[in-house]
Design a protein around this ligand. Structure first.
Ligand SMILES: C[S@@+](CC[C@H](N)C(=O)[O-])C[C@H]1O[C@@H](n2cnc3c(N)ncnc32)[C@H](O)[C@@H]1O
Length: 180
């Protein structure tokens, strides 16, 4: 098993706890260069997919989430599986709180200022851009990446279940396969 994250510190923490045979490296998921090495590729809870868009993205990167998914699809062997969860546009707009964030309807990106803590507990205010999706968009992106969608469910982070897409759950979980 091999894990990637853009945060050097997160990678260091993961390495320190890694069981034998599990490796980690710092990588921007928009630049995945793997080529069929893996049986499966997983990105849950906005693990890069969904966080790659928004105001922080340079103009030359046209469709960063599609690039992440294409890299994941390329990383698995023919017949290999891809699983990702992505924030639901339905849920985001339904529960939008203008005091907390704003939703860019053209791009489907939610923006909020949020507070994060470092290891010493010191607060820092940061921008958070989350690209939100409909099931139809996710199916189109998967097809564009050469994947066949097997399942698409409405889920809550940490509460995964086979639930028909609805308006009531935060995320959609896509399970897809690279054709054999
Ligand atoms: C919300 S966390 C999810 C972490 C993990 N998947 C989980 O479920 O606990 C998002 C993670 O994505 C990482 N991330 C954000 N943009 C990334 C990128 N472009 N490439 C790789 N990792 C990225 C962040 O550093 C963070 O660790």
């Amino acid at each position: 098993m091999h894990g990637v994250d853009i945060s050097e510190r997160f990678v260091a923490l993961a390495r320190a706890e890694a069981p034998d045979g599990v490796t980690f490296e710092r990588l921007d998921a928009r630049n995945l260069a793997f080529d069929g090495e893996f049986d499966a590729a997983i990105s849950l809870c906005q693990g890069a997919f969904g966080l790659a868009g928004g105001g922080a993205v340079p103009d030359e990167v046209l469709d960063p989430d599609a690039t992440v998914l294409e890299g994941m699809a390329r990383a698995v062997r023919p017949g290999g599986a891809v699983a990702l969860s992505a924030f639901s546009a339905y849920f985001q707009v339904r529960w939008l709180d203008p005091e907390v964030g704003s939703f860019d309807a053209e791009r489907g990106v939610n923006h909020e200022r949020t507070v994060i803590k470092d290891e010493s507990g010191t607060d820092a205010e940061v921008d958070l851009w989350t690209t939100c999706f409909t099931p139809r968009e996710l199916r189109l992106l998967a097809a564009r990446a050469g994947l066949e969608v097997e399942d698409l469910w409405s889920v809550r982070p940490g509460e995964y279940a086979a639930r028909v897409p609805d308006l009531d759950h935060e995320e959609f979980l896509v399970v897809a396969r690279r054709p054999a």
